[in-house]
Design a binder for this molecule. Structure first.
Ligand SMILES: Cc1cc2nc3c(=O)[nH]c(=O)nc-3n(C[C@H](O)[C@H](O)[C@H](O)COP(=O)(O)O)c2cc1C
Length: 181
């Protein structure tokens, strides 16, 4: 019996391309993880969109599809919310096995046992409107740039300032963008 290698972002493609795969309007990408973010379930749409086999994905760290254009502060926000039992909504650019990418509107929530302990997480993703991608992409670029210079402290401040300037909250901004506003 061979030991199955657990894939993680170290195994992800290093040649990143501009090939976009667009998710169908009616499709949902579904995955489940344990409490540390290792994938325990994936549906066929996830296999199709990511380009990995289900065998590759099960047991892999979810960061296998982490795209370098995504700001770290987005994942920090997601994990902070999830660990405290709250839901996360957000726009995520994901890296395909072939180096291409796909955008999703992601929803992540915790799974509980009967005693109320968090035992893992489940994510559903659907197609974001093009207008949302067009608006969020430059914001993510600014966040990634500020992280390169000043780490997550800098991007966290930038995000807070951006939300204050637009007199909105993260959740309200994301929901409005998903509505196509
Ligand atoms: C249920 C669930 C689904 C996730 N889905 C994604 C995803 O689709 N893409 C992604 O980059 N990270 C996803 N993450 C976040 C990853 O666990 C990880 O925090 C992120 O890829 C950044 O990884 P890094 O900090 O190792 O770079 C998900 C986490 C959970 C719990």
């Amino acid at each position: 019996m061979g030991i199955q290698k657990r894939l993680s972002k170290k195994d992800a493609p290093t040649t990143i391309t501009n090939d976009e795969k667009v998710i169908s309007q009616d499709d949902f990408i579904v995955s489940k993880t344990d409490t540390k973010g290792f994938i325990t379930y994936c549906n066929e749409i996830f296999v199709d969109m990511s380009g990995y086999t289900a065998e590759d994905l099960i047991g892999a760290n979810h960061n296998i599809i982490r795209h370098p254009d995504m700001p770290r502060v987005a994942f920090k926000l997601a994990w902070d919310l999830l660990r405290s039992g709250k839901e996360f909504f957000g726009f995520v650019k994901n890296l395909r096995k072939d180096g291409g990418f796909y955008w999703v509107f992601a929803y992540i929530t915790a799974d509980y046992d009967l005693k109320g302990n968090i035992v893992g997480y489940t994510s559903f993703r659907r197609k974001p409107p093009r207008s949302a991608i067009e608006q969020i992409e430059p914001v993510y670029k600014l966040l990634v740039d500020s992280e390169r210079r000043g780490g997550m402290e800098a991007s966290g401040k930038l995000l807070a300032d951006f939300l204050e300037e637009h007199k909105t909250t993260y959740d309200a901004l994301v929901m409005n963008l998903q509505k196509g506003a």
